[in-house]
Write a protein that binds this ligand. Sequence first.
Ligand SMILES: Nc1nc2c(c(=O)[nH]1)N[C@H]1C(S)=C(S)[C@@H](COP(=O)(O)OP(=O)(O)OC[C@H]3O[C@@H](n4cnc5c(=O)[nH]c(N)nc54)[C@H](O)[C@@H]3O)O[C@H]1N2
Ligand SMILES: Nc1nc2c(c(=O)[nH]1)N[C@H]1C(S)=C(S)[C@@H](COP(=O)(O)OP(=O)(O)OC[C@H]3O[C@@H](n4cnc5c(=O)[nH]c(N)nc54)[C@H](O)[C@@H]3O)O[C@H]1N2
Ligand SMILES: [Mo]
Length: 774
Amino acid sequence: MSQKEQIKAYKGPAGGWGALKAVTKSWWGSENAVKNIRTMLKTNQNGGFDCPGCAWGESPESGKVNFCENGAKAVNWEATKRLVDPEFFSHHSVTSMLKQTDYWLEYQGRITHPMRYDAKTDHYVPINWEDAFELIALHLNQLESPHQAEFYTSGRASNEAAFLYQLFVRAFGTNNFPDCSNMCHEASAIGMKDTIGVGKGTVIFDDFEKADAIFVIGQNPGTNHPRMLEPLREAVKRGAQVICINPLKERGLERFQNPQLPVEMLSNGSAPTNTAYIRPSLGGDMAVFRGIAKFLLQWEREAIATNGKAVFDREFLSEHTTGVDEYLAEVDATTWEHITEQSGLELSEIEMVASMYRRAERVITCWAMGLTQHRHSVPTIKEVANVQMLRGNVGKPGAGLSPVRGHSNVQGDRTMGIDEKPSDMLLDSIERRFNFEVPRGVGHNTVQAIKAMEELQSKVFIGLGGNFAQATPDTERTHKAMKNCDLTVHISTKLNRSHLVTGKDALILPCLGRTEVDTQANGPQGVTVEDTFSMVHISYGQLKPRSESLRSEPAIIAGIANATLGTHPIDWNWAIEDYDRIRDLIADTIPGFTNFNEKLKNPGGFHLVNPAAQRTWNTPSGKAQFGASPLPKQLISEAILEKGEKPDLILQTMRSHDQYNTTLYGLNDRYRGVFGMREVLFINEADIRKLGFEPGDKVDMVSMWEDGIERKVSGFTLVAYDVPAGQAAAYYPETNPLVPLDSYGDRTFTPTSKFIAIKLEKSTSDEISLVTSE
Ligand SMILES: Nc1nc2c(c(=O)[nH]1)N[C@H]1C(S)=C(S)[C@@H](COP(=O)(O)OP(=O)(O)OC[C@H]3O[C@@H](n4cnc5c(=O)[nH]c(N)nc54)[C@H](O)[C@@H]3O)O[C@H]1N2
Ligand SMILES: Nc1nc2c(c(=O)[nH]1)N[C@H]1C(S)=C(S)[C@@H](COP(=O)(O)OP(=O)(O)OC[C@H]3O[C@@H](n4cnc5c(=O)[nH]c(N)nc54)[C@H](O)[C@@H]3O)O[C@H]1N2
Ligand SMILES: [Mo]
């Protein structure tokens, strides 16, 4: 492909024929087409399986067949006919596979047998399940302390798997639960807990139909939550405001054509998905919301002076909140100059958005990684909550806070106790139910787990799903840390780079995917998940398992637990004979799950009550609490500035349309007009020239950090793109080597993947970096 063919502006709406074409292609591409169409139709329907894509929810009443292009890709990717079997491993040494791209690795298909790394031959060789479990038990039981093991979880694990896993790990004796959530919505959980007393979103699907205004902040739903586009454009249609805050003009946030509406498809119609679009600097959102608050305060004072209509919801403020005076004093103390400088916006733009906010009686604020992956993400999210509270936009229909979750069960995993800093309530409850002394100390999060392995303190790594080696920051350093381990274990569906970054001993344990029938002693089993709106529902796999040797996640956890702990504190093998038994244990332990099995009979599942949505505040004061933080003085680390260096650009790392986190379905990014390549840097054309380059040139990126270590990726093509000056964007995981391990959010430890200070250099080689660990 010539460069001209690789970079082409995309003119159509999001969704539409492009999406339908992509779905069809993905059906054929999976080499399992007919069955997939049948199973697709069951996605998100009662009796079918839950889409293994994103965590967006549906109205249980809608009864529609709900799926999207990227959900189809996720299903087909899992249902592939290609197999990674023992013969495959006999042909490919670990060293040879390390030279392949991430795309190639996963494309090889589903792993069929448990495998053990043989360092002498540098090949993975088959091992039977019982021997694999014994090997893990041997390693775990010879540790000096249970805190020398790390137990990672990715957000696809079901509630049943997650509950068993945390019970096993706590019975083993540690709270070392690094998880993908540490890199994802950690700031949302902390920020909301501080303010409204609960770390989950307060809205449900139906609220979107009632809102007068919806904010979509730092989120790209056209790619990452496509089913969200329909409620957005419906909102625009009925005259509500949809206000997008994003430095990039994302296609899905501009226009959408619904592939499930024949008339619209045939007439090639499409509808707008926003009524206003403002484009702040990376990390400038707290300043935007501080600006909105400052306008509201100004208008409230004018209203008081003229006896006009109140701007604030005074009743809500006095009855339900504390700290509003301190907060407003902080708003007064923030200067307009600071707000415009940090937000990168004109004051008139903030004023426009503030007046839209003011005119709406019911406002929902949605956000994702653009807000959570910054150093000051917790105060940013609190600022969004502050603004919402000023007008009582929490705990009433059509209004609320809506962090839009990533992985399909990332929220459920936390509910089940995958948490390195568990509440006493959870621990007390486990102790009461299972009669053992649970570990009380705070365990390791993702960043701390990497450091513990680096320092040889942690010696065993077990991953329940995910791709730890590639999803985490500072790739070279992280790979070295993992290689220090005595044992690495990955419970996975597909081959990925984490399997190749082996400890002295290493295992791959292949599991069933959510699309597959899970048969245990008492017959086929369903598993449950919780979506972003706290709806819990059951999911039944439909496809025949890709290999007879696969085991379910709960069965694998039970195998490891049984080998390590025997029948303490439960008979693990008994528990997995029928997952109703696991759900009964959950019902006894986790608040909101009483009569769990009974409640699941309800079509569409059941809703976990969110106290804040009912205006009950589980905070120390018993009220919703304003947080009064000053805006950061500046966003770039002081230590970098002190060195007298200035970055060329601030880089954000994001997802293309053809990927699911570290899983790459293809090399295109249709809506951004990039085809057949991923090593691209989106940058403003004027910036390209200012820095002495031409569009299409190849560059190396070097990130700047306090420790003076050189972090570099090579061979990225400059793409002239509509990005605000001084910013750039590139894909993750290729850019993860640039993210310093110590550059993380205050209190969250979330790597600052949306704010990396970089310099550009003319590319020294034609080679592109593959993110390998050689
Ligand atoms: N198909 C598909 N679906 C997915 C995923 C996937 O990889 N593929 N991943 C899943 C997961 S785990 C997650 S967490 C979600 C992720 O969903 P998103 O958060 O939508 O994912 P990103 O691609 O990281 O996009 C971040 C968006 O925020 C904008 N942004 C970046 N920095 C800033 C900033 O400082 N301020 C503002 N206002 N905007 C900013 C970017 O321009 C981009 O549009 O999606 C989930 N769903
Ligand atoms: N630079 C940068 N880094 C980031 C981000 C970013 O925006 N920028 N985003 C962060 C975010 S939001 C997240 S959530 C993390 C994601 O981090 P992870 O959740 O660790 O990564 P994934 O790529 O989702 O994991 C993919 C692997 O999961 C396995 N898998 C798939 N399905 C199943 C299943 O059903 N069961 C099991 N056991 N395994 C399965 C497959 O083997 C596949 O290779 O990455 C984070 N890292
Ligand atoms: Mo995520």
